[in-house]
Write a protein that binds this ligand. Structure first.
Ligand code: GLC
Length: 420
């Protein structure tokens, strides 16, 4: 063997070793946190498709927390500990700005490239806005969300009732149906009275419907009269027997489960519930209607903007791979896949009228204007405190610990200390 050939062989061997070890080194394990309420089973399928296209990436799914605050509590612990084991996390729409301010997530601007604006303009404006802080893209949309009124189509048809347009109409309809049905387990209305994040929206729905804002130009613009009316509206449902007595213990997924078991005529809930109502385990499959929420008498209907966003942890050791995965999870293709298979609302406007999407989830075509006009909860770095004040007051009034007037008084003075 000539020296040259020997050298060539040696070099080739070395190159092979390098390639093999490079391939091993390139194997990236990504750990992704998904809320247990939002169809981790279907997200898993989306991860499987990604793994199939990217054999060097393995995605491990972690789930937890039945409510937004439980999830936040868990993630806060992970982030405070600077734990590098979690790479990607799903965040409630109220949190990306807060996480970015804490330095817990990394911006996407570099991986997006030159035209960040065009990239973000593909999404519904509310989500482009919620995920952009001072020009930095701090998270990317997983799915859109808003609150709707679900109703038992079969029961409304049976009693010749149209879906209500005002809360007063809803009260009359619920009473008529429950009285006629004589089913002691049948509730007229279920909504969220537990001191969870969702109860902030419970308070804001009628408040907004009266045309009032909570914050304007960064300052508190609390309308006490509207706040009393809002709290009273919900408390009256309990006092009149339209909602159940222990509504102060009801969280989002309780409403979903009770409605799904066939024990509720009307339910205020987020979009994820529909897919579950249509599941095979559901007692109300094909008996569910969904419309925009009723308005207060003389007011405009209002919905609360929800949604979930993907953030990449600053403590991840695989930030670039994690961001690539998130770009896929936040793509029009994945959005369509999640709409069809999990009935999660798309963050892309054109997907609401996509033929395959409307075939799977017919009501999405009507959901778009609701999402587009849904109002965002106040944006402030002190949102956690604002949320805590509102949700504990709603809960206290519904539990009968305070009157609506006392609740509104307390809310006003506490909010004044946080938002000046
Ligand atoms: C839904 C919404 C989210 C909201 C939460 C409240 O998951 O998407 O934005 O904060 O419900 O319970």
């Amino acid at each position: 063997m000539t020296l040259n050939k020997t050298l060539t062989l040696l070099l080739a061997g070395a190159a092979m070793t390098v390639t093999a070890s490079a391939a091993m080194a390139q194997q990236t394990n990504l750990r992704v946190f998904v809320s247990s309420q939002h169809r981790p089973d279907v997200w898993r399928k989306a991860f499987d498709m990604y793994e199939a296209k990217n054999p060097n990436v393995k995605v491990t799914l972690e789930t937890g927390g039945n409510t937004s605050e439980q999830q936040a509590q868990y993630l806060n612990t992970v982030m405070t500990a600077k734990d590098s084991s979690l790479d990607v996390m799903i965040l409630d729409v109220i949190r990306p700005a807060q996480y970015a301010a804490a330095g817990w997530t990394v911006p996407f601007n570099e991986v997006i490239g030159k035209d960040v604006k065009a990239y973000m303009d593909r999404y519904l404006p509310a989500y482009a806005e919620a995920n952009t802080v001072d020009g930095k893209v701090v998270a990317l949309p997983a799915f859109a969300d808003a609150m709707f009124l679900y109703y038992r189509k079969d029961l409304l048809d049976k009693h010749g009732i149209q879906p209500p347009k005002t809360w007063a109409e809803l009260t009359a309809a619920a009473k008529k149906i429950t009285e006629a049905e004589k089913d002691p387990n049948l509730q007229g209305l279920s909504f969220q009275g537990k001191a969870i994040e969702g109860a902030v929206c419970t308070f804001l729905l009628p408040y907004w419907s009266m045309g009032k804002q909570l914050v304007s130009n960064g300052k508190l613009s609390f309308d006490k009269d509207a706040a009393v009316k809002s709290l009273k509206l919900w408390k009256d449902f309990v006092d009149q027997g339209v909602a159940k007595k222990n509504i102060a213990e009801v969280a989002t997924d309780d409403t979903r489960k009770e409605f799904q078991a066939g024990n509720v005529v009307f339910a205020v809930n987020w979009s994820y519930a529909w897919g579950q109502f249509q599941g095979n385990e559901s007692a109300v499959k094909d008996k569910v209607g969904v419309v925009k929420l009723p308005a207060v008498e003389g007011g405009e209907p209002a919905s609360c903007l929800g949604g979930w966003e993907w953030g990449v942890s600053s403590y991840s050791n695989n930030k670039t791979e994690a961001q690539k995965l998130v770009q896929y999870l936040s793509s029009p293709e994945t959005s369509e896949f999640m709409a069809i298979n999990a009935a999660l609302l798309p963050a892309f406007p054109e997907k609401y009228t996509d033929e395959d999407v409307t075939k799977a989830v017919p009501w999405f075509a009507n959901a778009k204007p609701v999402v587009e006009t849904a109002k965002a909860r106040p944006v402030t770095p002190r949102y956690n405190e604002v949320s805590e004040i509102i949700r504990t007051t709603v809960n206290g009034v519904l539990a009968g610990q305070q009157t609506p007037e006392q609740g509104a008084d307390q809310m006003e003075s506490r909010l004044h200390r946080v938002l000046r």
